[in-house]
Design a protein around this ligand. Sequence first.
Ligand SMILES: [Zn+2]
Length: 462
Amino acid sequence: MIRIVAFIVAIVVVAAVATWVAEPPGRVEIAWGDYMIETSPGVLAAAVAAAAAAVLVITAVVRFVWIGPRRIALARRRRRKRLGYRALTQGLVAAAAGDPRRARRFARRADLLLEEPPLTLLLSAQAAQLEGDDQAARGYFEAMLEQPATAFLGLRGLLVQAERTGDTATALELAERAFALRPETPWVLTALLELQTRAGRWSDALVTVKQALRHGAVSEDAGRRRQAGLLFERARALREKGEVREALRVAEEARATDGSFLPAALLGAGLAKEAGRGGAAARTVTEAWRQCPHPALGRLFVSLHADDSATDRLKRVEKLASGNGDHVESHMLVARQALEARQWGTARRHLERAVAEYPSAAVYRLLARLEEGESGDGDAVRRLLRQASEAPPDPAWLCTRCASASPAWSIVCDHCGAFDSIEWRAPARVEAPALPPEGAAAVTEDEAEPSPVPAAARSATG
Ligand SMILES: [Zn+2]
């Protein structure tokens, strides 16, 4: 409305000005060289107005011809980009939803529209992985390595592939490259730690676990436990090379790192004995017994006093057991020595306590030995042995992931390659007629329990 009024006002003003210019009589003369123009002021004003209008029109045309195509191209590029990002988003959603065909289609579309390979490589790799095309996925991940922006992601993709195919050497090399790029990333630290551990590179893994602790990639407790486990493995490797004193030093470091870590105590005590330091070995066993009693610790302690009389040994063992008097292993340890010393009353008292705590096969076998020694009643012995065969299995070193039994603790499960998965515990009850778990089947008498000290060390520790 305002525009129309303004237009009408403008027309009225222009008409008034034109009338005012054209009406009064008069002439205008313009002389330029040999040329002479004579006209009325009205015509001159009209010519000037026409010239001005022509300049405006020409300027507009030039502007359109000059800038127009660029503007159109820009708008088109913006549209392509918008569509490209939309395709990328849709592709990522399809990949997350596990739809490889849609993911692949959107990846191709995004690649076409965006013309930015780094952005679409990851989506293409994910789509290829979903389709099970590892070869193609590897190609995309390798292409990602060439771009600084995507190199880290490419390394991760290749690392996951290498781990899945069990190619530990390649995985370790990739983890080291990822660590060089971003040394404080938690997944890099944990992957590197596990791979170095699997490769038996204990010293490197110890450096990595310290780094992981510093950056909070592992908790304080888990970090300490891993350090102790790695030190244990290093000590074991040194022992295998015959470097007993250095092995002992490292085992003591493992014990100092995590006092509740039984394998380090067992190894430390065994090494102290090998180094001719019986007193230190006995002290280690006594300290460890308070926190984590274990049959192998008991056997090692008994072997330290092999020259004593059976009665003296029983007294020593009773003192050791008093450090953790209510534990089933304490009762078992004293009962065994009481049987050796033919002190049937003591043996029975402790075995009854042990049966109440955990009525394992080993407890019934000791009860059978007691019956045999004390009364010689064959029927009673056979009944107890039958009870032993039906009793809950004895504890063993078992992997929490694959449930395999191992002769000793180790930081990596020999059967499934799991990391820090081996624990001393009772196997799940296997109902007949299924075969009993490996290890439990081999136990025919209580001295044959699996030990956390390796076989070579067992013979040395008696
Ligand atoms: Zn396992």
